[in-house]
Write a protein that binds this ligand. Structure first.
Ligand code: SF4
Length: 469
C-alpha cells in the first residue's frame, strides 16, 4: 500500500495514554488516524506496543506528575527489553514519545530528563508526526515544539488523514484552539498558544462526514469556544457574514439527518445574545452550557484576571435560564487560589447555590510555571486548607447535582442511548438527555444509537432513572 511508508513487514503497534481535556482526546484521535494511515495498529496493551505515547495535560501538577511516572515505567521496560522479563515480544526496539501540553511546555528538558524518550512533540506539531516517526525509527532523538501553530492554517493535512474517533456516537470537532485571556492561574495560552479559528467550510465538511459515518452527536471544541471566528475574515472566509459561533451553529443545524450539536467551553462574557438566540432557534443544538466561573468572589475573580464579577456571571446565567425550559448550566471552580480568604471561599459555595449550577468540575489551585499567580508564593494557601476547601466544595457540588437532578423527576426527555449493561437478567440502558444529564432505564440492546423518549422517575446525585415511553 502506497501510504505504508514505514516499510515494516508486520504492522507496528501503538499504545497511547491520553490525559486531560477533550481537546487532548481529539488530538489523540487525529494522531491515531495519522498513524493508521501509515500502517500502525492501535493496541490497548502497552506491553504489546512498538510505539508508546503519552498525550499529556499540564493544567495541574498532578497530571504532569502522572505522565512523568508513566514514562518512568515505560523507560524501565525499554531497559529490560533484552532481558525478556516483561514484554510479550522482546527485542522490538520500543520507541517512546511524549506529546501534548507538558511536551509543549518542557521541550528539550524532557529529552534530557528521560534519556529513554525518543520523541517530544508539541501541540503545534501534530501534523508533522509522520516525518518525526521516520526520524526516530532511523535512530534520532527528536524534539519538535514549534511556537507557531501549524494547525488550522490551511486544513490540508486535516483532510488528508483519517480520524480514529474513540466513540462511535459522539464526534469531537475542534473549531478553535488557544486562548488570549491569560487568566493568572492558567497555562493554556502558553501551551496551546493564541486563539485561532478553523474556517467554517472545514468544520461543516468534517461535520457532514461524521454524520454520514453514523455519528449522532457532535461536540464543537475550543478552549474559549464562544469567541470563535475572531481571527477570520468575514469576506474571505464566510461569504461576507460575521464569523461567529452563533452563525456556525445555524449552518451546522442545516445539515440533513437526526443528530445533536454541543459546544464547550464557554467564557462567560463571550456568550452573546445572538448565541443564546441561535441555540434557541436551532433544533439540533442542545440546551447545555458549560460556563466556568472559577470563583464566586469578585475580588478573587479580578485577581484571576477573569473579565467579569459575581453579578455579571449571575446575569448571564439568568438570561440563559429565562431563555430555555430544561437547560443545564455547569461550571468549574478552583479552591484555594493564592490569597483566597475563608469568606471569599464561602462566596464560591454560595454562588453554586444561588445560581443553581447543575454540576461543577472542581480542583485545588495548582501553581503552573510561567503563570502570574505562580509567582505570588507569599499568598499561597497551605495544602491542608486547600484540600479541606476542596472537600467542602465537592460536598456542595454533590448537593447541587442531586437538587438539580431531583427537579427533573416527572419530566420526559429525549435520550440518545449510548450503552447498555446486563444486570439480573435485565438490560439497563444508559444515555444522555439534551441537557447532558445521564439517564438509566430498562430497554433492549438494539436501542443503543437510537433517540428514545424517557419519563424520569427518580434521581440520584450523578444520574437519573427513567422509563421508556
Ligand atoms: S479562559 Fe482562562 S482558564 Fe480558560 S483557557 Fe483561557 S486562560 Fe485558561
Amino acid at each position: 500500500m502506497e501510504n505504508k511508508c514505514f516499510n515494516q513487514e508486520v504492522s507496528p503497534k501503538v499504545y497511547i495514554e491520553t490525559m486531560g481535556c477533550q481537546m487532548n482526546k481529539s488530538d489523540t484521535e487525529r494522531i491515531l488516524g495519522m498513524l493508521s494511515y501509515f500502517g500502525y495498529e492501535e493496541t490497548t496493551d502497552p506491553k504489546d506496543a512498538d510505539l508508546l505515547m503519552v498525550n499529556t495535560c499540564s493544567i495541574r501538577q498532578l497530571s504532569a506528575d502522572k505522565a512523568y511516572s508513566l514514562i518512568g515505567v515505560w523507560g524501565k521496560w525499554k531497559a529490560e527489553e533484552h532481558s525478556k522479563k516483561l514484554l510479550k515480544k522482546p527485542f522490538k526496539n520500543i520507541k517512546i514519545a511524549f506529546c501534548g501540553c507538558v511536551a509543549q511546555q518542557d521541550k528539550e528538558k524532557l529529552l534530557k530528563r528521560f534519556p529513554y524518550v525518543d520523541l517530544v512533540f508539541g501541540t503545534n506539531n501534530v501534523y508533522e508526526l509522520p516525518d518525526l516517526i521516520k526520524r526516530i525509527n532511523a535512530g534520532e532523538r527528536v524534539c519538535a515544539t514549534n511556537e507557531t501553530p501549524k494547525k488550522f492554517t490551511d486544513g490540508e493535512e486535516e483532510k488528508k488523514y483519517p480520524i480514529k474517533r474513540a466513540k462511535s456516537l459522539n464526534a469531537w470537532i475542534p473549531i478553535m484552539e488557544g486562548c488570549d485571556n491569560f487568566c493568572t492561574y492558567c497555562i493554556v495560552p502558553f501551551t496551546r498558544g493564541r486563539e485561532r479559528s478553523r474556517k467554517p467550510s472545514e468544520i461543516i465538511e468534517e461535520t457532514q462526514k461524521a454524520i454520514r459515518q453514523g455519528f449522532k452527536e457532535i461536540t464543537l471544541l475550543g478552549q474559549n469556544v464562544d469567541s470563535y471566528g475572531k481571527n477570520l475574515d468575514p469576506v474571505k472566509d464566510y461569504d461576507g457574514r460575521e464569523v461567529t459561533l452563533a452563525n456556525l451553529l445555524r449552518d451546522l443545524n442545516k445539515i440533513d439527518g437526526k443528530f445533536r450539536i454541543r459546544f464547550v467551553t464557554s467564557y462567560p462574557t463571550d456568550i452573546s445574545d445572538d448565541l443564546i438566540k441561535a441555540v434557541k432557534e436551532c433544533d439540533k443544538v442542545c440546551e447545555f452550557f458549560h460556563i466556568p466561573m472559577q470563583s464566586g468572589n469578585s475580588k478573587v475573580l479580578k485577581e484571576m484576571n477573569r473579565r467579569y464579577d459575581r453579578e455579571t456571571y449571575g446575569e448571564i446565567v439568568k438570561k440563559i435560564r429565562n431563555a430555555f425550559e430544561d437547560v443545564a448550566i455547569t461550571s468549574d471552580f478552583i479552591a484555594g487560589f493564592p490569597g483566597e480568604t475563608e469568606e471569599e471561599f464561602l462566596d464560591t459555595l454560595s454562588a453554586i447555590e444561588e445560581f443553581e449550577l447543575d454540576y461543577s468540575n472542581t480542583a485545588a489551585y495548582s501553581p503552573r510555571v510561567k503563570t502570574k499567580a505562580a509567582k505570588w508564593t507569599d499568598k499561597f494557601i497551605d495544602e491542608n486548607t486547600k484540600s479541606q476547601r476542596l472537600a467542602r466544595l465537592n460536598e456542595k457540588n454533590r448537593e447541587a447535582s442531586l437538587k438539580s437532578n431531583q427537579k427533573c423527576t416527572g419530566k420526559t426527555f429525549e435520550i440518545l442511548v449510548e450503552s447498555y449493561e446486563e444486570k439480573d437478567n435485565q438490560i439497563i440502558l444508559a444515555g444522555r438527555a439534551r441537557n447532558n444529564k445521564i439517564v438509566h432505564f430498562n430497554g433492549e440492546k438494539n436501542c443503543v444509537g437510537q433517540f428514545v423518549n424517557v419519563k424520569i422517575t427518580g434521581a440520584s446525585t450523578w444520574h437519573l432513572k427513567g422509563e421508556l415511553i
